[in-house]
Design a protein around this ligand. Structure first.
Ligand code: SAM
Length: 280
């Protein structure tokens, strides 16, 4: 039986055979822990179709291929494409696309996969330099019910932070408005080749039923960012600046039942939503 791609020895062999080195500019850190790779794939609700961003040399892709009907993987590094075709040749349910994920027509791909396979989830070990833009691109697509991603610990903690925590930010509130966010487990730096200095976490976003349209969502998130703009300032001061109207800021907070002296960092997602509703 062939060893899993994500075993340290097989990864080393693949890198040597193809003369590859992890490219820092693409945020390449290959997972070399088959137990973690398997846990991540199995937790990802990938039974239908699954989309992976950045398959690297295919460690997670292989495990997803074993557990789902179809895998679509977007990889930006052209040097990895022939490698992926070789190492995954025994799986006929894997589609490798040479493309910058941020440039792809994600909605069209999700629609096509949903029609064929019924459900579409996302599972990935994300490149750290574009984690947030990639996640927000996926957040915007309502057909993705589950997103399971490995991110740097600090980023994971920001997404999972609760009101009152020091890491609670606009990012946490926006993510938690759309999803139930759960930290699944920590992945130590030594589980990667090359090993980064920081640990990572696997977080899962499970989509909630929310009522805002795409356009309303954009203006709600814009307001949330305005409320968090200067963390040391009170909600009243941030809102006054955002609205450029002191009287309106006062009235809105009063109607929403939120004391002027509080800070955005202490407000729940529901309270932020109340501010938005009062403004409409
Ligand atoms: N999935 C592999 C694993 O877990 O071992 C590799 C993960 S590595 C952290 C991130 C991967 O994302 C790399 O293969 C990198 O080339 C790729 N990547 C970086 N930026 C990308 C982008 N904008 N679109 C698609 N892939 C990207």
């Amino acid at each position: 039986m062939t060893r899993a791609i994500s075993t340290p020895s097989r990864t080393k062999e693949i890198l040597e055979t193809y003369g590859l080195r992890a490219r820092k500019n693409f945020g390449q850190n290959f997972l070399v822990d088959p137990i973690i790779v398997e846990r991540c794939a199995k937790a990802s609700h990938c039974e239908g179709a699954v989309i992976e961003i950045g398959p690297g040399i295919g460690g997670l892709t292989e495990m997803l291929a074993k557990n789902s009907k179809h895998v679509t993987a977007y990889e930006i590094d052209e040097n990895l494409i022939p490698v992926l075709h070789d190492v995954l040749s025994e799986y006929d349910n894997v589609e490798i696309l040479l493309q910058d994920f941020l440039e792809c027509d994600f909605d069209a791909k999700v629609k096509e996969l949903k029609e064929t396979y019924g459900s579409v989830s996302v599972c990935a070990n994300l490149p750290y330099y574009v984690t947030t833009p990639i996640l927000f691109r996926i957040f915007e697509c309502p057909d993705i019910a589950y997103i399971t991603v490995m991110v740097q610990k600090e980023v994971g903690e920001r997404f999972a932070a609760r009101p009152g925590d020091s890491e609670y930010s606009a990012l946490s509130a926006e993510g938690q408005y759309l999803f139930d966010v759960k930290k699944l487990f920590t992945v130590p730096g030594r589980s990667f080749n090359p090993s980064p200095n920081v640990d990572s976490v696997i977080i899962q976003f499970a989509r909630k039923n929310t009522s805002l349209s795409k356009q309303e969502l954009t203006s709600f998130f814009d307001l949330v960012r305005g409320c968090f703009k200067q963390r040391r300032k009170t909600i009243y001061n941030n809102l006054r600046e955002y609205l450029d109207d002191a009287a309106l800021a006062k009235t809105v907070l009063e109607k929403a039942g939120i004391e002027e002296g509080r800070r955005a960092q202490q407000l729940s997602v529901d309270e932020l939503r109340k501010i938005y509703e009062e403004l409409q």
